[in-house]
Design a protein around this ligand. Sequence first.
Ligand SMILES: [Zn+2]
Length: 328
Amino acid sequence: MAAHRQARPWLGETVTAQEERVPEYQPDCYLCPRNARSNGSANPDYHGVYVFDNDHPCVGPAAPTEPEQPLPPYMAQRANGIARVICYGPRHDLTVARMALENIAAVVETWRRETRDLGARSEVKQVLIFENKGEVVGVSNPHPHGQLYATNFTWKTFDTELEAQRRYMLETKRALFGDIIAAEQRDGRRILYADDHAIAFVPYFARYAYEVYVAPTRRVSHVSDLSDDQCESLAKAIKDVTVRYDNLWRQPFPYVMPLHQAPTDGGDYRDFHFFIGFLPPLRRPGTIKYLAGPEIGGGNFLSDTSPEEKAAELRAQLTVHYRDSDPR
Ligand SMILES: [Zn+2]
C-alpha cells in the first residue's frame, strides 16, 4: 500500500470516458439481433441471453494436434477448447448496471448452465468465464457481452488460489475464503452489499483502487453449484456493485470481471470457494493504473490507494443508476 502517492503529479496519458449516448440498436454491430456476423451468418431475433461460438476463437477445435516439440527445457502441448460469446440481451446500450434484476439473473443462470454442460465434457478441464468492459480494457463494441473459454488446460490464477486454499485448510483446518468473508464482516468498512446468500466487498488486499469481490457466503466450487437463492442474491450483488461504479464518476465504469471457479477435470475441489472479481483499471477519472516496474518487473502489486477509502467512496453512492434517476 502506498496511498500517499495517489495525488502525485500526473503528466501522462489520460483516457476520455466512453461515449455516453449509445443507441439501443446499432445496424453494424455483430452482436445485435438479426445483424450479420463476420462468418457470414446472421444472429437470430433473440430476446433474452444469446450464446454463440466465437467466430474468432483464441482457443478452438482447430489447434494443431501434435505441436512441434521444442528443444529442452522447453515443452509444448496442445491447447484447445471451445470459445463462446454470451450476449447479455438484445439491447445494444443496456449494460449490466442498467439491466433489470431478472435479466442479470438470466445471465447468472446462463453461466450456471454453460459451466454444467461444458464442464461435463471429458476434454474440458476448466470453464473460464469473464467480461471485459470498456475501451480502456480493449473492448471496442459496447454491446453488453461476456466470453467463455472451456479449455483442455487450467488457468494459473485459479491454480494459485486453489493451492492457497488447500494449504490454509491443511495448516488451520479452516476454509480460507470463509475466514476472509468473516474478517470482512467483522471489520465491516469495506462491505458494499450483503444479504443472506451473497456479499460484495473491497478486499483488504485489493490491488486495483476499486477492486471488488462478489461471492456466495456459503461455499460452492463452481457457479453451476449455486442454488436458486444464491443465484438471485448474486444477481442483486452484481447489480449493486455495477450501479455504484457508474454512479461514482457518473460515467460508464470499465472493468475486467472474471468468474473464479475450480477446474472441471473430476478432481477434489471442496476447498475452492467460487467468487466473481471486478478489476477496474482506472484509479481516478480518466487515469489508468499502469502496471510497471513493481508489478511487471518485481511481481508485487503496488496499490496507490487505501481500500477503506475507496470502499467508503463506493458505499456513499446511491444504488439507483444516475441515468435511471435523472429526468431525460
Ligand atoms: Zn449491438
